[in-house]
Design a protein around this ligand. Structure first.
Ligand SMILES: [Zn+2]
Length: 279
């Protein structure tokens, strides 16, 4: 059984956390080889749950950030106070990463200039405390490269659910980016994105569920959940071993090699452990 780490998940999301089977789902994921989760907060309203989960379960590692989708919903004063709270939280939680942060022009009325300001401020916090970063980017790649290039991060950063664009890949690799693959890209209509992921360097690849969103194809046979409010297909932390099986086949690598590769990549990204030399 491979030892796996889920590099991006939202276990605090009420669609998972409020389920009566939440703990048994975590247990069955652990029993299937999941040895850790990087649990990403998205706003002050869920940082407390992320912190509580990480205190209760040693396998849950916290990451705190103000998600780009939250910025347009918050007043300037609320963003300011969230950043002050984040600073304190990072100072008092030495095990925490910074994320999920980033840029998104796919949403309606994105207020990209405000997103950029919050993103820059959070990258500066990651630098100050030397923490691993998790970045969300949708349709804002030019802005992302602009910001990462003006002050190249000295801390390792992960572009989660990476699906291109291909022309940005070389620059992102040069800047030190890691990339994580989500089960969502195994849907047939996402074949091009899955193939693009094969162009990322082996030494920068990670796996993520992004649960409860980004569910895999039903054909995988992994447990699906249905969102009672929207009817959308959701999934839980048990998806990771299924993703591992499909990923190493898509990458044409043996399960043994892939397991070691992913563990090394996780160490170099999350713990900045350069002793684990990237291949
Ligand atoms: Zn996420």
């Amino acid at each position: 059984m491979p030892r796996l780490i889920d590099s991006h998940v939202h276990l605090q999301d009420s669609r998972l956390f409020n389920r009566s089977d939440f703990q048994s789902r975590l247990k069955s994921a652990s029993a299937a080889g999941v040895a850790g989760w990087i649990c990403n907060g998205t706003a002050p309203t869920d940082w407390r749950e992320v912190r509580a989960l990480s205190t209760k379960f040693v396998e849950i590692h916290p990451s705190f950030g103000l998600h780009p989708w939250k910025i347009p919903q918050l007043s300037e004063a609320s963003v300011e106070s969230a950043l002050v709270e984040l600073d304190t939280l990072l100072e008092h939680t030495p095990s925490a990463g910074v994320g999920e942060i980033g840029l998104d022009k796919w949403i309606k009325a994105p207020e990209i200039q405000r997103q950029k300001a919050a993103f820059r401020a959070q990258l500066a916090l990651a630098e100050r405390y030397q923490r691993a970063v998790t970045i969300h980017c949708l349709q804002a790649w030019g802005h992302l490269l602009e910001i990462l290039s003006e002050t190249p991060p000295t801390v390792p950063f992960l572009i989660h659910s990476f699906a291109g664009p291909e022309e940005m890949l070389a620059d992102l690799v040069e800047l030190g980016a890691y990339f994580s693959l989500s089960p969502y890209f195994f849907h047939k209509r996402k074949r091009a994105q899955l193939e693009l992921f094969n162009k990322t360097p082996l030494s920068r690849r990670l796996l993520e569920t992004d649960a409860p969103d980004m569910a895999p194809p039903v054909g995988w046979g992994s447990p699906h959940l249905i969102d009672s409010a929207s009817g959308a297909a959701l999934h839980g932390p048990e998806t990771l071993p299924f993703l591992f099986d499909h990923a190493h086949k898509a990458w044409n690598l043996s399960p043994e090699y892939t397991e070691q590769l992913l563990l090394e990549n996780f160490r170099t990204w999350w713990s900045h452990d350069t002793a684990a030399a990237p291949r």
